[in-house]
Ligand binder design. Sequence first.
Ligand code: CP
Length: 339
Amino acid sequence: MNFVGSHILSVSQFERDDIESVFSVADQMIPYANRERVTRVLEGAILGNMFFEPSTRTRVSFGCAWNLLGGDVRETTEIKASAIAKGESFYDTARVLSGYSDLIVMRHQIEGSVEEFASASRVPVINGGDGSNEHPSQALLDLYTIRKEMEGRGKQVDDLRIALIGDLRYGRAVHSLCKLLSLYTNIHFTLISPSELKLPEQYVANIEARGHKVVEMEDLQAGITQADILYVTRTQEERFPSQEEADRYKGLFRLNQSIYTEFCEPNTVIMHPLPRDSRGDARELDDDLNENPNLAIFRQTDNGVVIRMALFAMILDVADKVEDSAQEVPWYTEGRFRS
Ligand code: CP
């Protein structure tokens, strides 16, 4: 695909070559994310960071990525702080905000909302998550992390064995990641969830149509043996019809150090899109894994910065100009962010 001026709404837009292009530009961004160098390539450019649903890492890392390229950020952090709360349409909101911004990132709880917004926008729009539909930048950073973790173990993404665990029905990060992984070769998907929270049929059909193996089960311990990657997810309680219903699934699958030691192969990578639910009745990914070197969750969040820098640079056609305005940083950087 041609990234220049494009909206990024779904990972269905990507072929494998496009993903590799994003990863190549992301690699170039590492010295900037590491604060070894600074660039002003987007000086004067404004990001509209429009989050109408809660977010910590997607919102802040998109803003941080834009700042690291030298641009300024304007943001909204909830619907009640925007005129959408007064009944303004996505069309009007998009026409207005795209007059103030060079690029917009948007998150909203309604599936398809970002696409509707983008159709009225005068500038490129990136989907920061639309309901339980998609989360394209999360899938890119997840796959970038998977690739790095596998390379560190002498493996590659092709032939990967991944176990996806938890709420696969409402988890948009899982939906986008499954689509992206299906562009690779001979992936073995183990889908571990309660039957009510299974991966929706269209995603399973897409995986199988591309020739990959899918096994669905409800047994965590049986499912996590012989996996390269465990991708654990939170129960997306905000998507359930009622809190009572969501509570039925909380804490159903809990990965902790003793289960990991007993059932996983050595060096199995542990991932989670985050946030993990650390409340006592949930804990799908226990804090006792925090010192496990195979826990990649904070490498994922760090990788989100370079992936988002790469998307900005490619959409705004400055990937080959980043170095022109670059210089060494004058401040102390040791021990800071390391991708
Ligand atoms: N992974 C993710 O989307 O996290 P936030 O909700 O904090 O943005």
